[in-house]
Design a protein around this ligand. Structure first.
Ligand code: UDP
Ligand code: MG
Length: 325
């Protein structure tokens, strides 16, 4: 019996018609060199361009590809989760389809996996082709994640990583609808090795994730994995209660001497009132973020709807051999 491990590569994909072939070819070169069995899973949001055709062409050429299409655009995080549900390999590698994550790093990832690490995550040391403001926001996001997450999410790691099938199973059990893989991977635990790399600019095309979409992903990374914002509200409440009590005492004491007229403590109190209103409304917003997510989870809607699965005859393990949850 052949005991060679099977590696599954998952690429979420949306409108990447010119990146499909270069990605598949670079992956093929790597796995041919390593002499390993592999499959490439494209988790595809319905794309109005030629992405689907290009993938089907590659399947017809005999590449070990499985294409999963969704009934509507569900976005990258949920596409990734769906991809994980369709993994048949002994380990999977999550990679972007735009070649910002260099596939050549996979060789090092597999080395570390063979040494016994259950997760091997690529850590960005530099990012080419992104604007200054975006990079600063990303820096702030990673700092917040690092400082306030209840679980340890390594700084500057994206979704580009190798995950052992045992960890994949645990992540699939978590099944939260934000689909923030880094957080769910950290929750699942297990030994993790970080590999530094320089992130390339995308090969062709432009990002389809808007600024609002990126902000949403950032909030999905912070809110479900940190109690800190809720605690912050509590601490702020106590702080302002103390300040208002103190200023009231000062106001009463000074007024007792100078007489109870309109004077500076009253003005100070008025300013404090305004400030506190701002804090209250912001706190309601933070509470809303948690409440909204609780509501979304309790509705228990399906995370995604698969439209169709097209599988090459050359995938090492057929999907029918695995139960889809
Ligand atoms: N993507 C997706 N669905 C979407 C938007 C993007 O599957 O609605 C895929 C996209 O094809 C790429 C990956 O997610 O493989 C990352 O997207 P992008 O490069 O636009 O994001 P960025 O690198 O700017 O974070
Ligand atoms: Mg990209």
């Amino acid at each position: 019996m052949d005991n060679k491990p099977v590696l599954s590569v998952i690429a979420p994909i949306y409108r990447e018609e010119n990146n499909v072939e270069p990605l598949a070819n670079r992956l093929k070169n790597i796995f041919d060199k390593l002499n390993l069995d592999w499959e490439l899973i494209f988790a595809m949001d319905p794309s109005p361009d030629l992405t689907e055709k290009r993938i089907v062409d590659l399947i017809n050429q005999g590449l070990p590809i499985r294409l999963i299409t969704f009934s509507r655009r569900i976005g990258k995080p949920l596409s990734l989760l769906a991809g994980l549900d369709h993994v048949t390999g002994d380990a999977c590698i999550v990679i972007d389809a735009d070649l910002q994550d260099p596939p050549e790093l996979i060789e090092q990832m597999i080395d570390q996996w063979k040494k016994g690490f259950m997760v091997v995550a690529a850590q960005r040391t530099s990012r080419k082709g992104e604007n200054f403001l975006y990079l600063k926001c990303a820096e702030l996001f990673y700092w917040i994640l690092d400082k306030f997450s209840d679980v340890k999410i390594p700084r500057n790691t994206g979704d580009f990583r190798l995950i052992d099938s045992r960890v994949v199973k645990e992540i699939c059990k978590i099944r939260e609808r934000h689909g923030f893989l880094r957080g769910m991977n950290a929750l699942a635990g297990f030994s993790t090795k970080l590999i530094p790399f320089d992130r390339d600019p995308r090969l062709t095309g432009k990002t389809q994730i808007s600024l609002l979409g990126a902000l949403n992903i950032a909030l999905d990374g912070i809110v479900p994995f940190s109690r800190a914002p809720l605690r912050m509200i509590f601490v702020l409440g106590v702080f302002f209660l103390a300040i208002s009590t103190l200023s009231s005492v000062i106001w009463i004491a000074t007024s007792a001497v100078t007489g109870f007229g309109v004077n500076w403590p009253t003005v100070l109190l008025a300013i404090l009132m305004l400030f506190c209103t701002g804090i209250c409304v912001t706190s309601m917003g933070i509470l809303g973020e948690y409440l909204m997510r609780t509501y979304e989870e309790t509705r228990n809607r399906p995370l995604y709807v698969v439209d169709r699965v097209v599988e090459s005859e050359n995938v090492p393990r057929k999907l029918t051999e695995k139960m889809i949850t």
